[in-house]
Design a protein around this ligand. Structure first.
Ligand SMILES: Nc1nc2c(c(=O)[nH]1)N[C@H]1C(S)=C(S)[C@@H](COP(=O)(O)O)O[C@H]1N2
Ligand SMILES: [Mo]
Length: 371
């Protein structure tokens, strides 16, 4: 007999779209206060200091100690494994510089707005992750011939749209065996901070954030496709609520601008003085190599190429771009867009019900003073 499932519908809201004139609610504000973005001036750092890296936590940050932590590897494997943190640290390590972006970045700019973590454009950061290639651990366990998916389970637990769950994501065996996929225990050379997955998280370079499972406690190799909530219900692009939709996977191209000049406190509107202004920012794509970055100082009417730095061997990390602008008194709208081998960022937001992968061009209104 099936155990009766508790009714969580009274405490767990279904996905919905905001009404036309509906502002951000207290509940969305509570999410935004926990899950902070990258202050855009921090785009100047090649590596984001951990406290400035964006943060997204679906449930609570689990309170874990490294001593008691174990990683279980089981399912369709020849030899199930139980690893301690010391076991992992004794294996050959690899360090990979990765730009991570939340799939919901840009969500709050959509009309209608999907009600969820209300990101503008700042859900991004770049870190150097050190750990053991997942492939090495899976090879030790011996992946069986019938394996199709690898399922990663975090130590955090919650309820989402009425479904009680551990945070869990599946990856195909092919994607899981990628050479830069890591079981990471260090961020920028130090142990992971609690909020970023201490003691060990998965890092899947090039993929939107949801794939990088934090507080990892279990890896299960599965002979059947994974049908858990975060793969089949949550992270899908859909126009209609009842269609299966397409899975959210690799990061679409995006460029961001360090807002120039200085801000007004309350509105954050930018102010510059007349004369030469250095424009700079970062651009990245997880799905294909970048082709170039363009800037506009007239709201997107005309574009010119920016100087794009090489990737310096970091194929999964953002690249710095710069451009010169001679500011003249008045109102201006600066804009920047990146192109990769598959295409250029769109002018308007690509809409879907979850608010995923909105990579519309970044625009920054600026007032230039008369002196
Ligand atoms: N266990 C667990 N892993 C998780 C999450 C989570 O809530 N629980 N959030 C995911 C999402 S949606 C994102 S965008 C990234 C954010 O990683 P960061 O907080 O280190 O920037 O972690 C992913 N991994
Ligand atoms: Mo995310």
């Amino acid at each position: 007999m099936n155990t009766p499932q508790p009714d969580l519908s009274a405490v767990s809201a279904p996905a919905r779209l905001a009404e036309a004139a509906e502002g951000i609610s207290m509940e969305e504000l509570a999410l935004a206060a926990r899950n902070h973005g990258l202050p855009l001036e921090s785009l100047r750092h090649d590596l984001t200091p951990p406290g400035l890296h964006y943060l997204l936590v679906h449930y609570d940050i689990p309170y874990l100690d490294a001593e008691g932590w174990r990683l279980e590897i089981s399912g369709e494997v020849g030899t199930p494994l139980t690893l301690t943190l010391d076991d992992l640290r004794s294996l050959p390590s690899r360090t990979v510089r990765v730009t991570m972006e939340c799939a919901g970045n840009g969500r709050a700019q959509l009309t209608p707005r999907p009600v969820s973590q209300p990101w503008l454009v700042e859900a991004v950061g770049t870190a150097e992750w050190t750990g053991v290639p997942l492939r090495a651990v899976l090879e030790r366990a011996g992946v069986g011939p019938g394996a199709v998916d690898v399922v990663f389970t975090g130590a955090d637990h919650g309820v989402e749209r009425g479904v009680e769950q551990d945070y869990q994501r599946g990856l195909s065996v092919t994607d899981a065996l990628g050479e830069d996929v890591l079981l990471a225990y260090a961020m920028n050379g130090a142990p992971l901070p609690p909020q970023h997955g201490y003691p060990v998280r998965l890092v899947v370079p090039g993929w939107y954030g949801m794939a990088h499972v934090k507080w990892l406690r279990e890896i299960t190799v599965s002979a059947t496709p994974f049908t858990g909530f975060q793969n089949t219900v949550a992270y899908r692009t859909r126009q209609e609520p009842d269609e299966p939709g397409a899975p959210v996977a690799r990061i679409a191209p995006r460029a961001l601008l360090v807002p120039p000049g200085f801000p007004d406190f309350q509105s954050r509107h930018r102010i510059v003085r007349p004369g030469p202004v250095e424009l700079t920012g970062r651009a990245w794509s997880g799905r294909a190599p970048l082709r170039g970055v363009e800037v506009s100082t007239d709201g997107g009417a005309t574009w010119r190429p920016a100087d794009l730095e090489p990737d310096h061997g970091h194929r999964w990390a953002w690249r710095r771009w710069t451009a010169r602008w001679r500011a003249e008194p008045g109102s201006h709208v600066l804009a920047v867009r990146a192109a990769d081998a598959e295409g250029t960022q769109p002018e308007t937001e690509p809409w879907n019900r979850g608010g995923f992968a909105n990579n519309a061009v970044h625009r920054v209104p600026v007032t230039c003073l008369s002196s």
